[in-house]
Design a protein around this ligand. Structure first.
Ligand code: NDP
Length: 508
């Protein structure tokens, strides 16, 4: 299960993991070659059958131990997550420890039901009396490739259902946040996971490619651009992929909304985790009658946010920008909008004196000619646009290549749900945002350029399996009617039977 069988030395290629909030190098990890990934794959494949043979109960015992480990060691985990992401203590506790703590128990409990044999009945008389069963068998070796924004929930979190289903897993974490995945290797070993069942392949994009080449299925979370490359690479070996990609989640605020709640939510769900959440509120459309009041409330709340290097619980509200290039993207979107006529009501600057930060920012006078309204910004920014009515808001919400999440805010929940159904996104909340992600029973996956497949729910674990159909015949004649030799009389009989079964409908 260990990854780094060798310590990085000066000669070896290695990644220096940096704390984005301070600029200090935390630790170095090796860049694994394709050959080393192959060795991990061989080890994983050799270990997997025994893990599968443990059955749901045996595997659940390990997962439940790991659940306890995560909570018992949460301070150490939070410290590691904060050190490599620069996120706040609370962002690490709520969205990472909280998610994985829940997920271990959820998959331990629900895997047996989601993957239970299903007895099927067929209406076709030609298979009458046969036993028909669908079963879900683990794929073998699953490759999880993860992003940097949630090293525990989005990278490691996807390993949990894969493990619960009986697979061995190789996790390729983002080059900027590999430490949490490595700590989880230590955790899983302590909790009794057999060697080779969870392995971490640290490295860059090439290491990710090598993982794709070796595994039986790829669970990828990351940008849409890389997701396409992953799918292309996987096509070479006809390896199935599940893709959780970028988003540009719209928030629609109607005139009858509880404005105080909507403003608090807009502030929180656009700035939480420094806006580096795939389902962050990335743009808001507000009906004209409440636009000014909404903008005033949000601006006041965003101005009050404290930003800086996290120094324990309650120290700051908004942390650092984790990925160096992301700062250029965020600055680029805001600067371009400003040049095109947008007004920055608060924030609007990068801060790099010590660490890497972007000020919490509110933009108005924006439109869809600007990247800040159409491309994923992935930073602590909220552009707000005035709309005449709900129709215009829905039209603008759908004017996007993305379709990950969305939210509608109104006191008329029936109307809110009707509007939600018209939004082209995999998950839409009414008077809420993001919390759908906590309901692991509810599938979460993107439409359009936001992904393929989903996580959570039955589909979130069945994707890590191969579906096998079984047909068992107990009692049967020596020769079925349709078997050789063909005879005109029997053919006529079968033809009449088909006419009787399928030919009685009307041709309207
Ligand atoms: P990237 O697409 O840049 O990278 C994701 C992972 O893919 C990293 O581990 C990366 O390695 C690896 N990788 C890069 N190139 C290749 C390749 N050619 N083959 C295989 N693997 C490769 O995403 P980010 O890390 O920048 O993450 C941010 C993105 O993730 C945002 O777009 C965000 O919306 C999305 N995301 C989506 C979520 C969802 O559920 N839909 C959840 C969370 C984030 P390396 O880091 O070494 O380059």
């Amino acid at each position: 299960m260990a990854i780094v069988e060798r310590e990085p030395s000066a000669q070896q290629q290695q990644i220096d993991v940096e704390n984005p909030a301070t600029g200090a190098v935390v630790r170095s990890v090796p860049i694994l070659s394709a050959e080393e990934v192959r060795t991990l794959a061989e080890r994983g494949r050799a270990a997997q059958p025994a893990w599968e043979a443990l059955g749901f109960e045996g595997r659940a015992r390990v997962l439940r131990r790991a659940q306890k480990w995560v909570l018992d060691h949460r301070e150490r985990l939070i410290e590691t997550i904060v050190s490599e992401t620069g996120k706040t203590h609370e962002d690490a506790l709520l969205a990472e420890i909280g998610y994985v703590g829940n997920a271990f128990g959820f998959w331990a409990k629900n895997a047996p039901e989601y993957l239970a044999d299903e007895k099927v009945r067929s209406a076709n008389p030609f298979v009458l009396g046969r036993k028909l069963v669908v079963r879900y068998a683990p794929l073998g070796l699953v490759g999880v490739i993860g992003p940097w924004n949630y090293p525990l929930s989005n990278s490691f979190g996807d390993c949990i259902p894969a493990l619960a289903a009986g697979n061995a897993v190789i996790l390729k974490p983002s080059e900027v946040t590999p430490l949490t995945s490595l700590l989880m290797a230590e955790a899983m070993r302590e909790c009794g996971l057999p060697d080779g069942i969870y392995q971490v392949a640290t490295g860059l994009g090439e290491t990710g490619q090598a993982v794709i080449d070796e595994v039986d299925m790829v669970m990828f979370t990351g940008s849409t651009a890389t997701g396409k490359k992953v799918m292309e690479r996987a096509a070479r070996t006809l390896t199935p992929v599940s893709l959780e990609l970028g988003g540009k989640d719209p928030m629609i605020v109607l005139a009858d909304a509880d404005l105080e709640r909507a403003a608090n939510a807009a502030t929180y769900y656009s700035m939480q985790n420094g806006g580096q959440t795939c389902i962050s509120v990335e743009r808001a459309y507000v009906e004209a009658p409440v636009y000014d009041a909404f903008v005033a409330k949000v601006t006041q709340k965003v101005k009050a946010l404290r930003q800086g290097a996290p120094a324990g619980p309650g120290s700051v509200d908004v942390g650092a920008i984790t990925f160096p290039k992301q700062l250029d993207i965020v600055s680029g979107h805001v600067d371009a909008a400003r040049s095109a006529g947008a007004t920055v009501l608060t924030g609007g600057h990068a801060r790099t004196e010590s660490g890497r930060f972007y000020e919490p920012t509110v933009l108005v006078d924006v439109d869809h000619s600007m990247a800040c309204m159409t491309e994923e910004t992935f930073g602590p920014t909220l552009p707000i646009m005035r709309v005449n009515d709900a129709e215009e808001a829905v039209k603008l919400a759908n004017d996007s290549p993305y379709g990950l999440g969305a939210s509608v805010w109104t006191s008329d929940v029936t109307r809110g749900e009707a509007l939600a159904r018209r939004i082209e996104a995999g998950a839409v909340c009414v008077n809420d945002a993001q919390v759908n992600y906590l309901a692991l029973e509810l599938p979460m996956g993107g439409w359009k350029s936001s992904g393929l497949g989903s996580r959570h729910g039955a589909g979130g674990i069945r994707k890590y399996t191969r579906q096998q159909s079984l047909l068992v015949t107990r009692l049967a004649p020596k020769r079925d009617l349709h078997m050789f030799p063909y005879k005109a009389k029997t053919t006529g009989l079968l033809g009449r039977a088909m006419k009787l079964l399928y030919g009685r409908g009307k041709r309207d």
